[in-house]
Design a protein around this ligand. Structure first.
Ligand SMILES: Nc1nc2c(ncn2[C@@H]2O[C@H](COP(=O)(O)OP(=O)(O)OP(=O)(O)O)[C@@H](O)[C@H]2O)c(=O)[nH]1
Ligand SMILES: [Mg+2]
Length: 201
């Protein structure tokens, strides 16, 4: 798929109706600073679409981006940012959960993890949550540019074991050099072509 058009549509602090609702949605989930917003920018080829930062805790709302007038990429706040005030962390968790439970058109979640590190306990809880609510997800091991191929070969099995997924289910990605971007876009293309069936609870 070629992304020809991408635009910001809406930010929301709690799940609510939004313009264009009904089109399929693909959401980014992962700990703070893992690269969720960067992934959206990389996939759309628009480095200014979603705001990113080297400091964790940049995305603080549910942000919707309309792509090719055909589907939404949904950027979510991160979890696991230890230094954030407790109240703020709770707010972000409520937003993530509110969106994941509220959206009727969520087709797939991209569960981001840092390719360099074993997934955290929060990552494991998130994956358990997605499984529990039958939300299809793909593990995206990002920041791949930070490791050699050999190093990735050692770290992917750790990610697989920790999250209970198979190696061929993990998409290796880098927002810096574009590794894996085309595969992710193909996956989205296949996903949005499917009819909407089981709506999330
Ligand atoms: N080298 C490298 N850096 C990356 C990659 N993806 C993201 N980054 C950097 O990681 C930092 C965090 O990226 P963001 O996209 O803002 O992360 P986020 O997950 O949206 O973070 P929050 O909004 O705080 O939850 C930024 O400094 C990015 O430039 C990548 O693939 N490779
Ligand atoms: Mg972000």
């Amino acid at each position: 798929m070629i992304v020809k058009k991408s635009k910001f549509v809406k930010s929301m602090s709690a799940f609510a109706a939004f313009p264009g609702q009904g089109l399929p949605e693909i959401a980014m989930v992962g700990k703070s600073n893992v690269g969720k917003s960067s992934l959206i920018n990389n996939m759309t080829g628009n480095s200014k679409l979603a705001r990113t930062s080297s400091e964790p805790g940049k995305t603080r709302l549910v942000n919707l981006y309309l792509i090719n007038e055909a589907f939404f990429l949904v950027d979510l706040p991160g979890y696991g940012f230890a230094k954030a005030p407790k109240q703020e962390k709770q707010k972000w968790a409520d937003m993530i959960e509110g969106y994941l439970r509220g959206s009727e058109h969520l087709k797939r979640v991209f569960q981001l993890v840092d390719v360099r590190h074993a997934p955290t306990e929060d990552d494991q809880l998130m994956v358990e949550y997605l499984r529990h609510y039958d939300i299809p997800f793909t593990v995206v091991a990002t920041k791949a540019d930070k490791l050699s191929k050999a190093q990735r070969g050692r770290s992917i099995p750790v990610i697989c074991r920790t999250l209970g997924v198979q190696p061929w289910e993990v998409m290796v990605h880098s927002s810096k050099d574009g590794t894996g971007k085309d595969k992710l876009l193909e996956l989205i293309e296949a996903e949005i072509a499917l009819p909407v069936e089981n709506e999330t609870p």
